[in-house]
Design a protein around this ligand. Structure first.
Ligand SMILES: *[C@@H]1O[C@H](CO)[C@@H](O)[C@H](O)[C@H]1NC(C)=O
Ligand SMILES: *[C@@H]1O[C@H](CO)[C@@H](O)[C@H](O)[C@H]1NC(C)=O
Length: 213
């Protein structure tokens, strides 16, 4: 009987509302997934009510996270899918670190994101086509990684995209030229030795390019 009660007390503690901040949990999942030799994430204390007092985190008036500023912070490790829980995130600034692994497809769920800066890391794998769901995005800089595969054609429908940089990767296939891509120059795509580019409308079919995966 005593054990039974203890079990419920523990359960209540685990489920208590004061312990449940989804955005803090999401950021703490990132902290756990990275190596942080300079302790820039030291202030990230998951027992606080929300993450708004943590360094490198900015919140709006409702205590919801709008910015994550961790550029040039000597971080390595992986990006975590939990970041998609930061529903009001506008700026995801993780450039000039040494993050490895893939770009989580879940980042496409960040509907309010204006700026995705992952440049100069060690990211591998494809550019997820789910990033085409980032309907607010204006700046997307993925340059200076080791990304492979095609540039997802779906990205051309990102109407607000002003700056795209996928240079200095290992992408292949052709460079889309329609939609928002009509305003990007060669510079956005340079130094991808297997990238054939720009698509000749009606001549080269996007899906016909061989040896690209
Ligand atoms: C990049 O990641 C690879 C593993 O995918 C690793 O072998 C390499 O050391 C990393 N580069 C740097 C600069 O840490
Ligand atoms: C081309 O991109 C790769 C991968 O990011 C990089 O290591 C290399 O230095 C770049 N080369 C030039 C000439 O910029």
């Amino acid at each position: 009987m005593a054990l039974w009660i203890l079990f419920h007390v523990v359960l209540l503690f685990i489920l208590s509302p004061s312990n449940a901040n989804h955005e803090g949990d999401a950021l703490y999942a990132l902290r756990r997934a990275v190596n942080d030799p300079e302790n820039v994430l030291q202030s990230w204390d998951p027992t606080l009510v929300d993450p708004c007092t943590w360094f490198h985190v900015t919140c709006d008036g409702d205590n919801r996270v709008t910015r994550l500023d961790l550029g040039n912070a000597k971080l390595s490790g992986r990006l975590v899918p939990e970041l998609q829980k930061l529903e009001r995130l506008q700026y995801l600034e993780l450039y000039m670190n040494n993050f490895g692994g893939h770009i989580p497809a879940e980042l496409g769920g960040l509907k309010n994101l204006l700026s995705l800066d992952l440049f100069n890391n060690n990211l591998t794998g494809p550019i997820p086509s789910s990033l085409s769901k980032l309907s607010s995005i204006r700046f997307m800089r993925l340059n200076g990684n080791r990304l492979t595969g095609k540039i997802p054609r779906e990205l051309t429908k990102l109407a607000n995209l002003k700056i795209l940089d996928v240079s200095n990767n290992d992408l292949c296939g052709t460079i889309p030229t329609s939609g928002s891509f009509s305003k990007f120059t060669e510079e956005s795509f340079m130094n991808n030795s297997r990238l054939e580019g720009p698509e000749l409308m009606g001549f080269v079919r996007y899906d016909s390019v061989r040896g690209c995966n």
